[in-house]
Ligand binder design. Structure first.
Ligand SMILES: Cc1ncc(COP(=O)(O)O)c(C=O)c1O
Length: 440
């Protein structure tokens, strides 16, 4: 379009003329293109001959090959349908002993209904962090219920137990602290100690802890422990740890991921079982994706501890809040876990049936009175073979290998639920005993 001037004349812009190329220039251009192509080809050949780390900056193949070589390859299988005593896995219906749904709540109709109701009221996601618009009355109500359950002044919700552990340890401890950690602590507690930059002192048992107390640097310190050890199932000596902590002026953090709902009066956890409550120098972490069957976690303790976490804990401040609909589902699950004592009774019965049957046949399960009942087999090969054998019998049990457990202690990690029937456990024993006797 031309531009109209005041004078009435129009200026139009004509198309630029096609360049007329002089023949010698054309030849020169052609020669240049051929030379460039040759140079590219040469550079490609040279790069192929001199492989440098810059060609594969992630350098993943050797790492993957090493995992394969150690017989430690992990595979994700697809489970269809809800969690229960049976699971449909990759097209097979299997009797399952792998879930942490210790009280059979993951598929409970009342919990599901609360979740749906919550989604109707709040939508499916919180859509913001707690401090920037994601906090709701549903979160508040659940925090009050959780604090009351475990006997703490206050509780604070997190999206996962992993984050709750990172938050509580890093908010409490720093460079000039000493942290005494049990060697069998969960990876999230181990990572939390690393992240805190505190001096790490690892102990095996109470005697070792007492012996290494002098290694404490001048300054403050913590003892951190699983309440129930996730790969062994035994309960930590929480009363003794609390006494040592008090005498030494140390704080105590107990991760009750596998105890909440299962251990202690009303399922209030290992502190409750030891006649203690979170508060003062004791912090409790509870997770909500295991016996409670949903997802999430909380830290319980003094009002000051909770306020400190809200103000300073990075895994609390810089992340999206747990969906409020989940908070409603968790509250329903907590209500059931606290009031339906028969679930803990059934779980205890199931544990007893398994242990008695194993003992009668000389099968040495670890010394555990909780829902986690491991059978240590030693080599990775043995554990994988045992899991395969059970699988052929239509039973699903996890083979746990290093680095999740120490080298030479690969195992079957059998987890029981109140939803299992006596018959289910007998089937497991019938399949396991002849196999274990043959390999031992
Ligand atoms: C002892 C222990 N603590 C913490 C966690 C982490 O909890 P979550 O799965 O909620 O992140 C687990 C879960 O595997 C656990 O076993």
């Amino acid at each position: 379009m031309g531009k109209r001037l005041k004078s009435g004349w129009t200026i139009t812009r004509s198309k630029p003329p096609k360049c007329a190329v002089h023949p010698p220039v054309m030849v020169l251009g052609l020669l240049l293109r051929v030379a460039c192509a040759q140079a590219d080809r040469y550079a490609g050949r040279k790069a192929a001959m001199t492989h440098s780390p810059y060609d594969d900056p992630f350098d993943l193949q050797p790492r993957l090959a090493e995992v394969r070589r150690r017989d430690a390859w992990r595979r994700r299988e697809r489970r269809y349908g809800p969690v229960g005593p049976y699971a449909e896995v990759d097209g097979e219906r299997l009797l399952s002993f792998v879930s942490n749904d210790y009280l059979g709540l993951a598929g409970d109709a009342r919990v599901r209904e609360a979740w749906v109701r919550g989604a109707g009221a709040y939508g499916v996601g919180a859509a913001a962090s707690h401090l920037l618009g994601g906090h709701t009355p549903a979160h508040d109500a659940l925090e009050r219920v959780l604090a009351e359950w475990v006997g703490a002044e206050r509780a604070l919700l997190f999206s996962t137990g992993y984050m709750a552990n990172l938050a509580v340890v890093t908010a409490l401890a720093g460079r000039d602290w000493t942290i005494f950690e049990n060697r069998r602590n969960h990876a999230s507690l181990v990572d939390a100690v690393t992240l805190s930059r505190a001096r790490r002192v690892r102990y095996r048992d109470l005697a070792a802890l007492r012996a290494c107390l002098p290694e404490r640097r001048p300054g403050r310190g913590l003892i951190v422990t699983d309440g129930v050890f996730s790969m062994d199932g035994d309960v930590a000596p929480v009363a003794e740890l609390a006494a040592i902590a008090k005498a030494e002026g140390l704080g105590l953090v107990v991760d009750d991921a596998h105890a909440l709902g299962v251990v202690g009066g009303g399922g209030a956890g290992t502190l409750a079982a030891a006649g203690l409550v979170p508060g003062g120098g004791i912090a409790l972490v509870g997770t909500l994706g295991k016996a409670l069957g949903v997802l999430g976690a909380f830290v319980a303790g003094s009002a000051d501890l909770i306020e400190t976490l809200i103000q300073t804990a990075r895994p609390y401040v810089y992340t999206t809040a747990l969906p409020p609909a989940l908070a409603l589902a968790i509250e329903a699950a907590v209500d059931i876990a606290r009031s339906e004592e028969f679930r803990r009774t059934r779980l205890a019965r199931n544990i007893q049936i398994l242990r008695a049957g194993a003992a009668r046949s000389g099968l040495r399960l670890t010394a555990s009175e909780t829902a986690i009942q491991p059978l240590i087999l030693g080599s990775n090969e043995a554990a994988v073979e045992a899991a395969r054998h059970l699988r052929r019998a239509g039973i699903l049990v996890g083979a746990v290998r290093p680095p999740t457990v120490p080298a030479g202690q690969a195992r079957l990690r059998i987890t029981l639920s109140s939803a299992h029937e006596e018959d289910h456990i007998r089937r497991l024993l019938d399949a396991l005993i002849p196999f274990a006797q043959k390999v031992s």
